[in-house]
Structures are given as C-alpha cells and as structure tokens.
Design a protein around this ligand. Sequence first.
Ligand SMILES: [Zn+2]
Length: 196
Amino acid sequence: VDLIEGLAKQHPVNIRITKKRQSKLGDFRPLPESHFHAISINHDLNKYAFLLTLIHEFAHLVTWKIYKSKVSPHGAEWKYHFQQLMIPFMQRNIFPDDIQSALMKYMRDPAASSCSSPELMKTLGKYDEEPSIYLDDLPNNSLFKIKNQTTFLFKKGMKARKRYKCLEMRTKREYWVSGHAEVEEVRDDNNPLNLL
Ligand SMILES: [Zn+2]
C-alpha cells in the first residue's frame, strides 16, 4: 500500500474499478486537460493480478508523461519503466514464491499483457477464488468447453507440441486447441449432448 501511495502521489491518477472486461484486465487513458490521468482495473482480479495490472498501467502513465504518444504502447520505453516500477515490489517479497519466480522470468522481457505469458497467467490463476483449469490439466478423452464459450463441446485427444487434437462432438470436426486454453470440464452425466 505505501509503495502504491508513493506512486499515486508522484503521478496523480484516478483509479476506477470496473466490471469484468473480456478484452482487457485494465487500461490507461491520458487526460492532458485534467490534473488526473485515468487508470481502470477489472474488479475480479485476485490481489496479485490486480497489483501487477496496476503497475502495468502506472508504467503507461510514466511512459506517456515522458514520450506522450511518440513511442509504441509496449515498446522499449514502457518495458523499461515497468521494470523500474516493479523493482521495489519484487524486493519486498510480497508475492508467493511461485509468482515471484514466474515474474523473474517475465520481467526479463515483459509482454504487452500477462495474458500473453501463459506461465505467469497460469501461476496468477492459482490464486483466483475459483482456480482456473487448463486443457493441460484434464485427462485424455475428457469432455470440455472453452471457458466463456458455450457453443462447442470438445473431447480432448492426442497432443502435438503444445496443442491437442480435439473432436467437436456436435459437428465431428477436429480442432487444435492450446494446452493453455482455459476450460471447463463437462462430466458425462451432465453431458448436454445427452439432452439433445
Ligand atoms: Zn498495456
């Protein structure tokens, strides 16, 4: 809290907690006409994902103050400031060991979003109230749906590299699905296809 307070004093900002957005975890909007810039963060993030997203957005703010829109949003300048802002948080050991070590790897070349770093994403997901399940976690031949996607019902098949060949039960078409895809297992006894 005191580290964030320090940042907010140095860089006045309006932080708004929003409903869940599928497309993003948070965002930064420069408001040059106002004393306060704007950061928004989805309400449903666990405390570690929330903190990380907040620092991600503060790095946009700091980058914007120096370069305005002359640099790309997640370019070298943003990466530098994100790394700098993260140092004191990393030094406090406030993250559990598994997140800390996923972060150490991630920090070497921070991606645009923690979502584009499957390892970090998975580690953060363990601290959700309802921990995420990934296709990698299911046994072969499990029936599953992609999270937030209700149309298709798949059966998990053989693995090749990082993806699985999955059979869509209704159309009998095969799809390659990433092992990092967030899924919901569908048990045989409530297999919706039995209801058709
Ligand atoms: Zn960003």
